[in-house]
Design a protein around this ligand. Structure first.
Ligand code: CU
Length: 172
């Protein structure tokens, strides 16, 4: 198969386990998007990582204006701290800290920068490939979904706005 040939999964070298290294994060919306939930999963490939996400309950798209950012598409990142405590309900999930940025890159090239999530009447599903991290590097960190799109330019976080949802990344 085409994908299998070019992007074979990595197998652990121990004899008792042959499962590819994987991790997942259960996504739970906070006070700004209480119905938002879903799953992000990460799978080791030979040259990097496949990231897949499926969520429901995203808020309705709302165009931006001169003094307000659009709601959606949604910034989607790995943040540095595995803390999904809600904290301030008006500015939730600040405990997750900033973007995970182990190589000290400008925003737009952080290891934890990922493509924006596009909602289809609240539902989003996406898979993509990155060679900026391996599964073992991100266990214990957090995935955050933002209210507004990431412009991949504004420092340090792409002007993606408030944090709608959070998920702790766990190995499996
Ligand atoms: Cu973020």
């Amino acid at each position: 198969m085409y994908g299998t040939y070019f992007l074979p999964v990595t197998y652990r070298s121990t004899s008792e386990t042959r499962a590819p290294l994987q991790a997942y994060a259960h996504i739970q919306g906070g006070p700004l998007a209480p119905g938002l939930r879903g799953l992000v999963w990460f799978r080791d490939l030979t040259y990097g990582t496949e990231v897949s996400v499926e969520v429901t309950g995203l808020p309705a798209y709302t165009p931006g204006g001169p003094d307000r950012d659009p709601i959606g598409p949604h910034g989607f990142h790995i943040h540095q701290s595995g803390n999904c405590a809600v904290g301030d309900p008006n500015d939730p999930f600040q405990g997750a800290g900033g973007h995970w940025n182990p190589t000290n890159q400008p925003h737009g090239n952080h290891a934890g920068d990922m493509p924006n999530l596009f909602s289809n009447n609240g539902y989003a599903r996406m898979s993509f490939f990155t060679n900026k991290f391996r599964v073992q590097d991100i266990i214990g960190k957090a995935v955050i979904i933002h209210q507004s799109p990431d412009d991949y330019r504004t420092q340090p976080a792409g002007d993606a706005g408030k944090r709608l949802a959070c998920g702790l990344i766990r190995g499996r």
